[in-house]
Unconditional design. Structure first.
Length: 478
């Protein structure tokens, strides 16, 4: 504990020295109300203070994650398709190739839970973790959430583990000192130092729930899944991405805040395989300058409700089209990404207070927190027939499916929930999230109707698709 207090003193002294350096001689920096007191180094010993105590306390919990997969299993679907068409003369598929990925992770629980980025282990089937003390363990993937880009691993047979305590990312301020610790490429620990450059960064294009801590601490490829640590030695973020045109660090890195990391860890401990999010049941858009003026706001802020689904929490709470949501439980939101982040943090039990602007008046609306319902049941169907959708898995569209695939609710049609990368469906251009609206002129209302429609096609398929709100028809045949 003494070493951590020692480091916090150093952080305060270093911040003060940097601040004083930009002030003209003889001037004293004004202190804002309730601002933390800063002080200059008083002697040579204070100038020589180091981050080493924080690193010693935390670096042992940062690990190397390496994962592999073989593509041979993906070739099986294509081989089956060729056998159906060509019989025994079907061409053979090339041997599967092994692919691998390397990244970092953080031990967050003494039972062996490791958190990392989902993209580090995405599509991998063999995951191993190397600790800072050179011990290696196989790991099970207990939770993965591509939309948040986080995953939780469980080390097999591990004991005597170093663990990092979760910090409060909500308490971070721009200018706070942070350390980025990673274990990239299996070469060992790397530590870089910087400051928090910005908070609540959205529109970054990394994940669906974009709400990042931006730091100028160097984050390089292989550091994905590593730790962003404050001067108390606590985990305040998971390093996820860098902004770079060359592939190297240029001082713009992004980390997922520890407040979201906590949600993911708790979901894993509860036995969930992915994070269950609360469902609002409304479509939202950002408030731009023109909308802000029409609402009587002095600057663009909040999100505008453009439509509400029947029998949803939004409808039950009395929210209306044209309402502007300004905050979730007192935390301001500036766009749909920020709203999604704040709303997800509230969980799926109880209620959440939303600050709403309606007809020029601000009010608070209590919204029920509940997961999206699976009504109708998804009734998944794997298409194995000789058709353009061979290798795709179709499901009925419900609020749960719509949230999962990030598509709009629809009264008819089914959605592609999954498809093999080398399947026939993928090769002709179908994508995950596509909604199949009609086949050969017949409207599709359920997955079973798709099966019947393809069984009557006779080798000619006219398929109507809704992709991201754009509806088009494609004709395919033998």
């Amino acid at each position: 504990m003494r070493s951590l207090l020692f480091s916090r003193t150093f952080a305060a002294l270093l911040f003060a020295a940097l601040t004083a350096a930009v002030l003209p001689m003889g001037q004293v920096q004004a202190q804002a109300p309730q601002a933390q007191t800063r002080a200059l180094p008083a002697n040579q010993a204070q100038i020589q203070l180091s981050f080493a105590p924080v690193v010693r306390e935390t670096a042992g919990a940062v690990v190397n994650v390496y994962a592999t997969r073989s593509d041979r299993r993906q070739n099986a679907a294509m081989e089956e398709f060729f056998r159906r068409f060509f019989g025994e003369s079907a061409p053979s598929m090339p041997p599967g190739r092994s692919q691998s990925s390397l990244g970092s992770g953080v031990i967050v629980d003494a039972t062996g839970l490791v958190i990392t980025n989902n993209h580090v282990i995405e599509n991998m089937n063999d995951v191993k973790v190397a600790l800072a003390d050179r011990r290696e363990f196989e790991a099970d993937i207990v939770l993965r959430d591509p939309r948040i880009d986080l995953a939780v691993l469980k080390l097999k047979g591990a004991s005597n583990l170093n663990v990092i305590e979760l910090g409060d990312s909500e308490a971070l301020q721009v200018g706070d000192l942070v350390l980025a610790v990673g274990n990239p490429f299996g070469v060992g620990q790397t530590v870089t130092q910087g400051i928090v450059s910005a908070l609540a960064r959205t529109q970054v294009g990394i994940s669906d729930y974009q709400f990042f801590i931006q730091t100028d601490a160097a984050i390089n490829p292989g550091n994905s899944g590593g730790a962003l640590i404050d001067m108390s030695g606590r985990l305040v973020g998971i390093n996820t991405a860098i902004y770079s045109r060359s592939g190297g660090s240029i001082g713009i890195g992004f980390a997922i805040p520890s407040s979201m990391v906590k949600v993911v860890i708790n979901s894993a401990k509860s036995g969930a395989s992915s994070v269950v999010r609360p469902w609002l049941g409304a479509r939202l858009q950002a408030v731009d300058g023109e909308i802000a003026t029409s609402l009587g706001l002095d600057h663009p802020t909040g999100v505008l409700i453009t439509s509400i689904y029947d029998r949803s929490p939004a409808a039950d709470a009395g929210l209306k089209r044209g309402d502007a949501i300004l905050a979730v439980d007192g935390q301001p939101v500036d766009n749909p990404d920020a709203f999604g982040y704040r709303f997800t943090l509230k969980g799926t039990q109880g209620q959440a207070p939303l600050s709403v602007l309606r007809d020029g008046k601000k009010t608070t609306v209590q919204v029920r927190l509940a997961p999206p319902p699976e009504t109708p049941p998804r009734d998944a169907v794997r298409i194995r027939s000789r058709s353009p959708l061979s290798g795709a898995t179709l499901v009925n569209i419900s609020p749960a499916v719509a949230e999962e695939l990030q598509i709009d609710m629809s009264d008819d049609g089914v959605a592609i929930a999954d498809l093999d990368e080398q399947s026939v469906a993928a090769s002709v251009g179908f994508k995950k999230g596509d909604q199949i609206v009609a086949v050969n002129g017949e409207r599709i209302a359920s997955t079973r109707e798709v099966e019947r429609a393809f069984s009557r096609s006779g080798g000619y398929w006219e398929i109507t698709i809704n992709r991201g709100g754009r509806v088009f028809t494609t004709v395919l045949g033998r």
